[in-house]
Design a binder for this molecule. Structure first.
Ligand SMILES: CC(C)(COP(=O)(O)OP(=O)(O)OC[C@H]1O[C@@H](n2cnc3c(N)ncnc32)[C@H](O)[C@@H]1OP(=O)(O)O)[C@@H](O)C(=O)NCCC(=O)NCCS
Length: 166
């Protein structure tokens, strides 16, 4: 199993993954659901690539790097790292967002993918802890985080705020 950064060689698998993901699932929003391969190649892929080194983006935009989890020749999930916290991210979705393709859930990929993502995030983020947020009713994702050494640092009405010490 390996994490590969968003890249042009894998573009068709990345397109298939991104556009199959629901528009909104457990707070993970996806504006690219159902987008054609042509539009993905022309607009979405270049935009996602640019997020790592944003140009002409608003002040609130934090650089974000997209990684994909591969098991052999199967792309099974996506893990994104936001490079630092703003007030909105600190009290919101934190540093890392992820998903696993529906057909591969419940097989340990979420846990394994976050395990591969954490050391990369530790290199990138300046804060002392990795911040994550999860919906209270998303038991699978809470387990993914707990399996990776996260602790519950707080909560609001609908979420737990989880952190992993560096
Ligand atoms: C959350 C998600 C990434 C988990 O991925 P996954 O590959 O299924 O996770 P794992 O197989 O590593 O499972 C982790 C644990 O959750 C449990 N689990 C998996 N699916 C479950 C479900 N539907 N209900 C309850 N527990 C579940 C597993 O049994 C495992 O338990 P264990 O640690 O006791 O062995 C995946 O369900 C997903 O992509 N969901 C939609 C997007 C999302 O919620 N992203 C996270 C936002 S914070």
């Amino acid at each position: 199993m390996e994490l590969r950064k968003l890249n042009k060689e894998d573009i068709e698998a990345e397109w298939a993954y991104t556009t199959a993901l629901p528009e909104d699932e457990n707070g993970l929003t996806n504006p690219y659901h159902g987008v054609s391969l042509e539009e993905y190649k022309e607009k979405v892929f270049p935009a996602l690539m640019s997020y790592e080194h944003p140009v002409d983006m608003p002040d609130w935009f934090v650089p974000e790097t997209y990684y994909y989890l591969w098991d052999g020749d199967k792309l099974v999930g996506e893990f994104r790292i936001r490079h630092y916290l703003t007030e909105a991210l600190r009290n919101g979705s934190g540093h890392i967002g992820y998903s696993i393709a529906k057909e591969y859930r419940g097989k340990g990929y979420g846990t394994a993918g976050l395990k591969l993502t954490i050391p990369i995030a530790k290199e990138i983020v300046p804060e002392d802890e990795i911040y994550l947020r999860v919906n209270k009713d998303n038991i699978a994702s809470q387990k993914v985080m707990l399996n990776n050494g996260a602790y519950r640092a707080g909560e609001d009405e609908g979420h737990y705020f989880m952190r992993i010490a560096k």
